[in-house]
Design a protein around this ligand. Sequence first.
Ligand SMILES: [Zn+2]
Length: 361
Amino acid sequence: MGQHNDRMYALQQEILQASLDQLAAEQGLAAALRALYDQQVDIGFIQDDLSQVSYFRYRAPGSNNQHFFIVQFNPRRAERFKGAGRTALPRGAQVQGVADTGCYLCTDNIRWQHRGVQGYYQFRVNGHGYNALCNPFPFIRTHLTMAAGEHLPQSFHVSGSAEETDARIGRIVEDLYRIVEQLPTFVGFYNGAGAGASIEKHLHFHFFEIPDGHGSFPIQTAARLATHTLFGHADSGQPAQVVQIPDYPLTAYRVRGQRADAVRAVVSLAADWDRRAGEAASANIVALWENGAVSLYFVPRNRFYTRSPGLAGMVAGLETLGEFIFSTPDEQRAINEQRVTYDYLWRILEAVRPSEDGEQG
Ligand SMILES: [Zn+2]
């Protein structure tokens, strides 16, 4: 029966790919991704309708009150800790030519892990193949994982080789930029090893469409307030404008400019961080559109400091933007009892800020 199921799945995947290719050609990548998400809800792979999510906004006290953090409370998201798929091959089944049968992001494993209901969309960017996959417990609509076509590690740090490290950083930043270039209403994340990456053995990005009415992320507001005071007006710098964001609990940079200039500036920030932090070097890199062009945010991280007191999940890319996902009963109590405040959220981020030499601060 395994072979029968394999053929059925291959056919189903072929039909899905062809219809999404056509949509992408006519209406762009975003339309194909939205259709993939809807198909995955319809077939029952996505197990959350997101109707239970509520948002809270916490403003900074005193004269700093243009600053804020966001909390989304998403009770179904707690179930993601259980995982959704099979982790062991069914008895008697074989998978051929797969780098790692335990990898959720290798497409050859997807049929058997998810009992044939998980589909995906293959596309190419910058000469590299990517597979867009839905998350069984999304934190927002159109939340997708973009997995590299090859089984490559998530970490950019290559022990003992600055050259290979820099090549990996370059690929990650340029691919992320080029994907988000095609998705003006989305935000894209690279979460490095220990910096919120759920799967460290296979290179991937997270993407989601920013909902209407969401407004700026807290880090964007902090960057905008800073560029007003530092430069009078934003976006004046060429070739790439690099701003270290003040009044923020993490060391963070915003980079804007032409693609090649912006990519080069982020690669140089990451390479510099890698030389200082060595084996501990990691980062969150976030890309999204602001004022008609792509901005990149670079947040250096120590890969051995993943979690903070006060947050059940990992501090990942979304948290570094100033938006926190709470999902457990303890976290709900903290919200209801008004223990969650701007300072409480500040301390969660501050706890994962590495010191300048890469040690934990
Ligand atoms: Zn893999």
